[in-house]
Design a protein around this ligand. Sequence first.
Ligand code: ATP
Ligand code: MG
Length: 370
Amino acid sequence: MSEPYSLLILPGDGIGPEVMAEVVKVIDWFQANRGLNFDVSHDLVGGAAYDAHGVPLADDTMARAQAADAVLLGAVGGPKYDQLDFSVKPERGLLRLRKEMDLFANLRPAQCFDALADFSSLKRDVVAGLDILIVRELTSGVYFGEPRGIHSDDNNPENEGGRVGINTQRYTSGEIRRVARAAFELAKRRGNKVCSMEKANVMESGILWREEVQWVHDNEYPDVELTHMYADNGAMQLVRRPQQFDVIVTDNLFGDILSDAAAMLTGSLGMLPSASLGAPMANGRPKALYEPVHGSAPDIAGQGKANPIACILSFAMALRYSFDQGDAAAELEQAVEKVLADGVRTPDLMGAQGGIQVSTAQMGDKIIAA
Ligand code: ATP
Ligand code: MG
């Protein structure tokens, strides 16, 4: 058997452990039936880690995440932890993982399964078969740029209220090039098309963004089709004719907004996977964290109602991007597609058309059977 892939599983809080239990079944299936060899370990993050260690991510867990080929995370947080001090809030565990692993490329696919096309905010014919990937820069830009803060504006008597709030959009050429490279690499494995979005018409960082993405294209990926679009037009095009896109690469702020808009093209929050990738490790694999887009959903936790598909599709992304098992990833995605086509639905997917309602665990079992 080949070298095992090391996988650190951090189920977290709320529905996190429930959906992760279904992923573990899927992993076991691939080990038993497809000869894949995983070295799986489990650890705590978020509120679960706070309860055990008084911190949302223990140093030891951080070290294990750094050493793993891939980290798979469920969700963190819940009302039980709302009163905690900011420094130990469950979300801080996730932020620490992202920051210390330097995960600069956030991948959010927006894929519309035909059986769920009526869940979209758009008409069926606009979204059926949709398959786009938004690559959002995750570690820089206006969320981190200095100077920042809320200051008094004493020297300006004209300013009613007397305060000023400041954030700085700052990008280096190196930060832009590395996320552009990630986008071009992904496009090569998909539709070979990248659309870069910024506001070069009003922002210097946008001009630099456009120039550096073009530079990476011209020097390293001349065979991938590259277009540029102002982000406001991009938002419009995304809801007007989303099928025109393959890979979209954009900055932290625009990516935050555009990926949420794209998510609603496909329907339920319970269906959306994500990946966050960093620089390649010694073995050539990128540092990687995979997680569903949804949160811990405390309102339905512990009731067997959670849809495990977002987490299962996040594992499919791990198969593809960390372990180079594209065939296994496609097999898993096709199983999900088949189960949906058969009308199998967790409660969140019970729309106007109805269907065969199943629990979290039954959905996992159906996907494995498929
Ligand atoms: P967070 O702050 O962690 O993002 P949140 O409560 O703001 O948490 P989510 O946890 O993402 O947001 O969930 C919003 C709502 O969507 C939930 O209350 C739940 O009803 C629904 N939901 C989210 N994920 C799922 C899922 N996997 N299956 C079914 N319903 C879900
Ligand atoms: Mg939320």
